[in-house]
Design a protein around this ligand. Structure first.
Ligand code: ZN
Ligand code: ZN
Length: 470
């Protein structure tokens, strides 16, 4: 029997980063899906704890929405509880059954949602609810750096899962306050894309009205603080006034794992070396091939003047890597500096994402994955990681680079902007690393007795463009 598409009842999962996104971005679609008889679930992914309304409620100033001054000192827990109440009531108003409203037991802290965690969360739900569920979340909108990082992480995770064949139908919704970005390039999505601007029906408009009331409910004595409305009143007002939602529907008939990769640009790792350091470059490369995300191509640049017989002058171990791992060795004419070689790599692979590593560092196993994801979350920054390759002698002596100090620069621009006191953050990181350093030295002394030589890594976070990206 042939079932017509329209009569097919679907299970639709709406993944909401915070309390309010289910309504502001996806509310109209939720209402419409329910009236069409689909099985609708809403999943809240973070605790919404970083909302600045907490300060507004305690600042003792007059509020233009409510009479008198606000002197409500809420704990973080109380803020989360207040926001959860608004969220549950909003879902109920939209018509979602209480049992279909999910607040993750170990949900993520606001602003800490990563692509990896988002992917795991979505996959967990698909495992339980079945692979044919429609997945809905926010548009990752990669070019828009103003967008909330949790929205971006969740959206990109969903697109990656779609590209990887785990999701058959994906709907990504534009945030109501960024509609000017609705027509951005969606070339990172592998599939058919339909852009849909949906208008609320009379019935859904009524439900939306009620859901907005959940976020503007002001009754401090019962724990209702209108957090949503204090936070972003304009967006709620616009939703009521316009009654529209902006959505890209991504679908794909077939999925061929041979020809598809989730990643949308080639990831290339480049390093340069010379004869005295080649022994450590081999160790570096070994850790590159243990990465969870192995680059599409790994290139080792060598000066032909250093190796007159080219490949014949290279160790067996290195040649084995070219045969078994696909390591590519490229020759350049003279002793170029590392930054020149990086420029050379950019010229050869202008469209790729390039990672440059030093030939004397070891990469921890999430190194490329973290770099790649931090790039996606903060496209305007240059993500980087600084690691020390610390040789330990047989007696347990531990030698560090140069002055023995770890140089720390912040992880990405976006975080720098958020830091109230950068200096404090530096100091904390520095202390943390010193402590780890001491533990390592102690361990090294113990291990040193047993092993002739041991090399270990110590890693420290770094980044950004203008300060250091060696
Ligand atoms: Zn949000
Ligand atoms: Zn107020």
């Amino acid at each position: 029997m042939k079932v017509s598409l329209c009569s097919q009842k679907k299970t639709i999962l709406y993944f909401s980063p915070h309390q309010d996104d289910e309504l502001l971005s996806m509310g109209i679609d939720i209402c419409n899906s329910i009236s069409e008889g689909h099985n609708v679930h809403v999943i809240l992914c973070t605790d919404g704890s970083k909302c600045l309304v907490k300060d507004e409620l305690a600042n003792g100033k007059e509020c233009n929405k409510h009479p008198g001054t606000h002197t409500y000192l809420l704990t973080v827990e109380e803020l989360i509880t207040a926001r959860d109440k608004e969220f549950r009531e909003s879902c109920r108003a939209l018509g979602v059954e209480d049992s279909n409203v999910h607040i993750l037991r170990n949900r993520f802290t606001d602003r800490k949602l990563t692509i990896c965690d988002s992917k795991k969360t979505i996959l967990q739900y698909l495992n339980v609810m079945g692979p044919d569920c429609v997945v809905c979340t926010l548009d990752p909108n990669l070019e828009n750096n103003r967008q909330h990082r949790d929205h971006k992480a969740l959206g990109y995770a969903a697109v990656e899962l779609f590209n990887e064949g785990f999701i058959h139908e994906l709907r990504v919704f534009t945030e109501p306050y960024f509609t000017e970005f609705f027509y951005h390039k969606m070339d990172f999505v592998r599939g058919e894309i339909r852009t849909v601007i949906a208008a609320a029906t009379a019935l859904s408009q009524e439900k939306i009205q009620k859901a907005v009331e959940a976020y503007s409910h002001w009754e401090p004595e019962t724990g209702r603080y209108a957090v949503g409305y204090h936070d972003i009143a304009k967006a709620f007002d616009a939703l009521l006034k316009n009654g529209t939602s902006f959505c890209h529907i991504c679908t794909r008939e077939t999925y061929d794992p041979e020809s598809e990769t989730g990643k949308c640009r080639k990831l290339i790792l480049s390093l340069a070396s010379y004869p005295d350091r080649l022994h450590s470059a081999v160790k570096t490369l070994a850790t590159v091939y243990e990465q969870r995300v192995i680059p599409d191509q790994v290139i080792l640049w060598l000066a032909s003047s250093d190796f007159p017989n080219r490949e014949k002058d290279l160790s067996e171990e290195l040649i084995k890597m070219t045969e078994e791992n696909g390591l590519s060795i490229r020759w350049h004419e003279s002793n170029l500096k590392i930054c020149d070689i990086f420029l050379l790599a950019i010229n050869v692979y202008p469209d790729a994402l390039l990672i440059a590593v030093e030939d004397d560092m070891l990469c921890y196993d999430q190194f490329t994955e973290n770099l790649y994801h931090s790039y996606l979350l903060c496209l305007s920054g240059v993500p980087g990681v600084r690691m020390c390759f610390a040789p330990i002698s047989i007696t347990g002596e531990f030698s560090l680079y140069k002055d023995g100090l770890y140089k720390i620069v912040p992880y990405c621009k976006e975080e720098v902007n958020c830091l109230k006191n950068l200096q404090d953050k530096y100091r904390n990181l520095q202390n943390d690393l010193k402590m780890k350093h001491n533990i390592i030295v102690r361990l090294a002394k113990e291990i040193g007795k047993l092993k002739r030589e041991l090399t270990i890594q110590e890693k420290s976070i770094s980044v950004p463009g203008n300060q250091n990206n060696s």
